[in-house]
Design a protein around this ligand. Structure first.
Ligand code: NAD
Ligand code: ZN
Length: 254
């Protein structure tokens, strides 16, 4: 485990003090300390499961079945996960009024669970803690779907419109991005004077376009990640360290 250099933590603290309006951008790395594996680290989800593309999900009942199998095999990790020090530090910054929005690629709901108001969390890749009908958009809770699926692999059907195209409320590879969230994320990115990307390998586009957009618009940009990213050259400060201890120290949160 690599701890951030104290000078870097101090510099982050100073940048936060000087900023008027901060946008926090997070990826799977902020949730690994809560026990949720990320995609690309060794042992991460990517190495176990190749993601199911949206077109395959739509084309094949077997793929839809497989996606529910995976979901419920993984579900305990996600339903029992709790926010960690990194989430708490972000929540504290939001609480002080410095942070206008938390743009996240995560689907685990842990920013909201740590106390960031719903209105200030922009979920670019949706949310895996509930399901949505692709036909009519109706929200469905997972518990009844899970019970029926685990009993005998009964596939869910929408109680609103009868569609069999039910999916966790996440955005899959190949699925179009949510328009409203993308527009809000862009507005917030263009309005901030400090943009901090935390725990993302910054390779999944269009989400990874936001840090560069902020920088090109004249904002400060910080990257906090355990390992280097392709966008490090655009950052004013790159901190390679663990998220919880680094942010916790920079914001004085335990
Ligand atoms: P990623 O797995 O590509 O990158 C995560 C990065 O975080 C890696 O570079 C890793 O080195 C770093 N990291 C991991 N733990 C860290 C720690 N404790 N301290 C510092 N750095 C740490 O994740 P991504 O960029 O978010 O892209 C993956 C996509 O997969 C996302 O779009 C998301 O939708 C989805 N996903 C979400 C979750 C979740 O909701 N928690 C989990 C896995 C994947
Ligand atoms: Zn429906």
């Amino acid at each position: 485990m690599a701890f951030a250099n104290q000078d870097d933590v101090e510099r982050l603290h100073e940048l936060l003090e000087a900023a008027r309006s901060v946008v926090i951008f997070t990826g799977a790395g902020i949730s690994t300390e809560s026990g949720i594996p990320d995609f690309r680290s060794p042992g991460g989800l990517w190495t176990k499961y190749k993601p199911i593309d949206f077109s395959d999900f739509m084309a094949s009942e077997e793929m839809r079945r497989e996606s529910w199998r995976r979901k419920f095999a993984m579900d305990r990790t996600m339903t029992t996960a709790e926010p960690n020090r990194g989430h708490r530090a972000v929540a504290r910054l939001v609480d002080t009024g410095k942070v206008s929005a938390v743009i996240t690629q995560n689907v685990d709901g842990l920013h909201q669970a740590s106390g960031v108001p719903d209105m200030q969390v922009i979920e670019l890749h949706g949310n895996a803690t509930y399901a949505k009908c692709l036909g009519c958009g109706l929200r469905h809770e997972l518990d009844p779907i899970k019970e029926a699926f685990l009993a005998d692999e009964t596939m869910p059907i929408c109680t609103g419109c009868g569609s069999e195209f039910m999916k966790t409320a996440t955005i899959s590879f190949g699925q179009s991005m949510p328009e409203e969230e993308m527009a809000r994320a862009q507005r917030e990115t263009l309005a901030c004077d400090l943009f901090i990307a935390i725990g993302s390998s910054l390779v999944v586009y269009p989400a990874a376009g936001f840090p560069v957009m902020a920088k090109q618009n004249g904002s400060g940009m910080v990257i906090l990640n355990r390992e280097p990213t392709d966008l490090d050259q655009y950052a004013d400060l790159v901190i390679n360290g663990e998220i919880g201890p680094t942010l916790g120290d920079a914001v004085a949160v335990n």
